[in-house]
Design a protein. Structure first.
Length: 272
């Protein structure tokens, strides 16, 4: 066992030391600050490529590293998923239209620690169905986070998310999930956003992972396009996602990727 890095559980999940929380706070804060800065840039006629260029520039100016540039051949500093794109949307020349909803996902590396977060944005004003979807997805994330405490299980997280989304007649994507992180971008465990309460590994203080539910207005099935990255809903229904990186504490959890400017939810711009 590498004692300088903390122990691992029998499921291969790393238990980090108290000092490691500081590294995750710094990485998570930068990722959140970058998405705060992106918020006012999102508007009709802006390209997703322009948003990605701004994100890459901000990462460079902060002296940090993008975790996604070069990851399995990926060439961008963000994933930007519009409307029926579930996740891993590739930034490009697509121009946003009024009412488009989009998830922007950013992961930065600061002093070896990974800060991973995503949130929803709206170009202009959302339609009522899109607004309901965003609200439900945000609420599902919060329900999942509320289940994070020592002694609970990863199944408790997934169950809370699934129950909340399905009560609103929406569906939870099964093919993609959250993941452990820290000095690694992706590590055990897989954090499912559905499941049975009481199942799965038991949560322990010092675990770091993402919770990032993807919720569809229609059916949960997805397919990956020929670019081998972009995942879309099979029925072309709208999809939304919110993501936080969290660490399990002695009595609950710490969210590393809270928005310093209060811009995690897109309605900040509609109520300001």
């Amino acid at each position: 066992m590498d004692d300088t890095r903390g122990r691992r559980t029998r499921d291969g999940i790393r238990i980090h030391k108290p000092a490691d929380f500081e590294g995750m706070r710094a990485a998570g804060r930068l990722a959140a600050e970058i998405l705060d800065a992106v918020a006012p840039m999102v508007a009709p006629d802006v390209t997703t490529g322009a948003l990605d260029e701004a994100i890459e520039r901000m990462i460079d100016e902060a002296g940090a590293t993008s975790a996604t540039i070069g990851y399995k051949g990926y060439r961008h500093a963000s994933c930007i998923s519009v409307n029926h794109v579930v996740c891993h949307g590739i930034p490009g020349e697509k121009r946003l239209k009024d009412g488009d909803i989009l998830n922007v996902d950013v992961t930065v590396i600061v002093d070896g620690w990974h800060g991973d977060t995503s949130r929803m944005f709206v170009a202009g004003r959302p339609g009522r169905k899109a607004e309901r979807l965003i609200e439900a997805t945000h609420g599902a994330l919060l329900q999942g986070i509320a289940a994070v405490r020592p002694g609970n299980t990863f199944g408790d997280i997934g169950h809370a998310i699934q129950k909340f989304a399905e009560a609103r007649r929406m569906s939870v994507v099964r093919e993609f999930c959250g993941h452990g992180l820290g000095r690694a971008f992706h590590a055990p465990p897989n954090v499912l956003h559905y499941g049975r309460a009481g199942s799965g590994p038991v949560l322990e203080e010092g675990m770091f992972f993402t919770i990032e539910p993807m919720v569809n207005l229609g059916r949960p099935e997805t397919k990956v396009l020929s670019d081998d990255w972009t995942a879309v809903t099979r029925d072309k229904s709208l999809s939304a996602q919110f993501e936080h990186s969290v660490g399990v504490t002695g009595d609950g959890c710490e969210i590393f990727t809270l928005s310093p400017a209060g811009r995690f939810h897109p309605t900040y711009g509609l109520t300001a």
